[in-house]
Design a protein around this ligand. Structure first.
Ligand SMILES: [Zn+2]
Ligand SMILES: [Zn+2]
Length: 316
């Protein structure tokens, strides 16, 4: 008799990334998209995206449903429920449980406002808990005891999510790995756009840790919080509300595996790869500042020299 071999990969629940994201509009006042686009990856996994016309960040928000608990990853860039009825939409997607809705835990990839502006819509709802974004409170609630080296688990009931520290873009950054689908929700740590690096040493360590984590685990897709690249790899302008021909949302395991080397070669300012751009805006700003200062000094020096020469000519 041959015993059935069950590998982790064989147990992965599949889903679909067959979706065309709304492109936004050249004139959002004339032709706005629906404020929120919802894609069912499968029956227990939903991808929600803010319209580019609601906010140019156009965040992706993820809803995972277990048998005991649902998990919402990020709440997006817009607080006003009139402009973005996020909580209403999420409640509609939640299954019923005990004469009410399935309890919901709201978490954040990190504390940047475009990932938590929608929190107030959830704060007074029954059976909803919003995990704080402040670093100590977040770590305590999620159970980290050896940050950033430990990985903690969230049990949704028949569905376990690993929470992986990924500081560097921001000190509070975490990623979520869903064992059921093999999806990694990577926030602003890894996405088809600008990887804004505020602490290069921390990002390098985070990338190494995440790569090591996936040496032994299946990874279906990496789903980040924004798309900022077009298909051919060029970035849309900052603040652009129109994204024709967007790069696909999902990145592959290879993109993650290549990240540590890309970070090792990073000059600290800017580097472009097919699936992402490494950038440090503070350093770039400083570089622009230094260049501007040098130009001013040069101009002043030229003017002073010219005047001296003119004075010399006049006195002769
Ligand atoms: Zn961010
Ligand atoms: Zn962001």
């Amino acid at each position: 008799m041959h015993l059935c071999h069950t590998s982790a990969a064989a147990q992965i629940v599949p889903g679909s990334m067959d979706v065309h994201w709304q492109p936004g509009a050249k004139d959002c006042s004339a032709t706005p998209d629906a404020p929120l686009q919802v894609h069912a990856y499968n029956l227990q996994t939903f991808i929600l995206r803010l319209s580019l016309c609601v906010d140019s960040e156009a965040n992706f928000i993820y809803l995972l449903i277990g048998s005991e608990l649902a998990l919402l990853i990020d709440t997006g860039a817009e607080a006003d429920p009139q402009k973005l009825p996020l909580a209403r939409q999420v409640l509609e997607l939640l299954p019923a449980k005990n004469n009410g809705k399935l309890p919901l835990l709201v978490v954040h990839t990190h504390r940047h406002l475009d990932h938590r502006a929608g929190d107030p819509q959830f704060q007074s709802l029954p059976a909803v808990e919003v995990v704080p974004t402040e670093d100590n409170a977040m770590r305590q609630r999620l159970g980290f005891t050896d940050w950033p080296n430990d990985v903690v688990q969230l049990d949704l009931g028949g569905r376990t999510v690993d929470v992986i520290p990924t500081p560097g873009h921001d000190p509070t950054h975490i990623g979520f790995y869903d064992r059921q689908t093999g999806l990694l929700f990577s926030g602003d740590f890894l996405l088809p756009g600008r990887l804004v690096i505020n602490d290069l040493a921390a990002v390098r360590k985070s990338a190494r840790r995440v790569v090591e984590f996936f040496l032994t685990r299946p990874l279906t897709h990496i789903l980040g919080a924004h798309i900022e690249l077009a298909v051919e790899g060029n970035a849309f302008g900052m603040g652009s509300q129109y994204h024709p021909n967007e790069h696909r949302l999902e990145l592959a395991k290879e993109d993650l595996l290549a990240l540590p080397t890309a970070l090792d070669h990073f000059n600290g300012f800017y580097a472009k790869y097919p699936a992402y751009i490494l950038t440090n805006p503070i350093r770039n700003l400083a570089a622009v500042g230094v260049t501007t200062l040098a130009l001013i000094v040069l101009v002043v020096w030229v003017v002073v020299k010219w005047r001296q020469r003119r004075r010399a000519v006049l006195s002769n």
